[in-house]
Design a binder for this molecule. Structure first.
Ligand code: ATP
Length: 367
């Protein structure tokens, strides 16, 4: 069993760069945690501090509840896979995978058995005699993984392990890594800047920006109820619509959201109306995902936002309509107009996306 806890961990490099700023994060036993964020946000530095390759400037790294700041990397029961694979070119696949076992003094017979098991789990049992130069990129990455897991580490750290592969292979290996780590029950921290990777693989995602942790939660939580405006704008494609609105509470019967020249009305029975009611008279940011918006005919009655279509974008499985609604542009998923989506009362409620935040609220501005 392995758990990881970061307590107020900060890393300031010698040149004054604050790469990681007071991060607190718990990774549970057997959990697949993804660190997600744009290039330079400090993901790799967090991973390297967990591995012991970098010392925190302040704060504590705990492994299985024990302070690990001064524990040498080799004593941390950790395996790490990087994007450049780093295989030994003069060794065969079998020798590469067996290498950590040889270092640990495991006898040849159990060693070969373990290598064969791992290779077969990774679908590379038939290339054990080849050298890395005779492998495809995907096979090389599987060998790197094999070498990392062969000692059955308590903790598996992966830093963008798929970024050098083409997109088809990435999707395939993504699924393999997920199922393999879960089968082994090994705690995993996986670094990526690719949100599709993060949302499909993770038990929980930790989103970073400029060294600061923005949000931690299951993919559904961070996508549906992002903690900050940054996360709201960062996750999802197309980006979430974020519109400024003024809030007016009408005698506890409904809440009006004034967006430009138009208004949307939330009945008091809609729990979101109470979430925003205490901002009466103030300006907030309303988040609406394209897939939560349903296009209707121009003369449709009721609670609608009216806009002029600027252009349509067809993506095969979906079509996006980009609209001007006065001062602001929004994007609507046209698939929402399918007749089977007409779900009565739900539709009106869905129309207003999931996120409402005070303009001056927690988190930084999107972008
Ligand atoms: P990427 O996805 O590009 O690898 P990242 O999110 O993993 O980025 P880090 O590699 O952790 O980011 O870097 C975080 C910040 O720390 C960056 O501004 C980087 O330039 C800086 N940094 C990293 N290593 C050092 C170092 N040894 N000395 C000074 N600054 C560093």
């Amino acid at each position: 069993m392995t758990t990881v806890a970061l307590k107020d961990v900060t890393k300031v490099f010698a040149d004054g760069t604050v790469a990681v700023d007071k991060i607190n994060l718990d990774v549970n036993d057997g959990e697949f945690m993804v660190l997600l964020g744009p290039s330079g946000c400090g993901k790799s530095t967090v991973l390297r501090m967990v591995a012991g390759l970098e010392d925190p400037s302040s704060g504590a790294v705990l492994l299985d509840g024990e302070l690990a700041n001064d524990v040498q990397p080799r004593d941390r029961k950790i395996a790490m896979v990087f994007q450049d694979f780093a295989l030994y070119p003069h060794m065969t696949v079998g020798e590469n995978i067996a290498f950590p076992l040889r270092l640990a003094g495991v006898d040849p017979s159990p060693r070969d058995e373990r290598v064969a098991d791992v290779a077969s789990a990774l679908g590379i049992g038939d290339v054990l005699g080849r050298r890395p130069s005779q492998l495809s990129g995907g096979q090389r990455q599987r060998v790197a993984m094999g070498r990392a897991i062969v000692r059955r580490p308590g903790l598996f750290l992966m830093d963008e392990p798929l970024s050098n592969l083409d997109s088809g292979l990435r999707a395939e290996l993504r699924a393999e890594i997920s199922s393999l780590t879960r089968e082994l029950g090994v705690t995993t921290i996986y670094v990526t800047h690719d949100q599709a990777e993060a949302l499909t693989m993770a038990d929980r995602v930790a989103i970073m920006r400029k060294g600061v942790l923005q949000d931690v939660g299951t993919p559904t939580q961070v996508y549906g109820r992002p903690a900050t405006l940054y996360v709201a704008a960062f996750l999802g494609s197309p980006r979430m619509n974020l519109l400024e609105a003024s809030v007016y509470v009408h005698l506890d019967r409904y809440v009006a959201l004034r967006i430009g020249e138009q208004s949307l009305y939330l009945p008091w029975t809609d729990i979101r109306s109470r979430a925003v009611a205490h901002y009466h008279g103030e300006r907030i940011v309303v988040g609406m995902r394209a897939e939560a918006l349903t296009p209707v005919a121009p003369d449709a009655p009721g609670d609608v936002l009216r806009g002029r279509i600027r252009y349509l974008e067809h993506h095969g499985h979906e079509s996006l309509a980009f609209l001007d609604i006065g001062a602001t542009a929004i994007v609507v998923d046209e698939m929402g107009s399918r007749p089977e989506d007409a779900d009565g009362g739900q539709r009106g409620r869905r129309r207003l996306g999931q996120v409402m935040q005070r303009l001056t609220g927690r988190g930084a501005a999107p972008g």
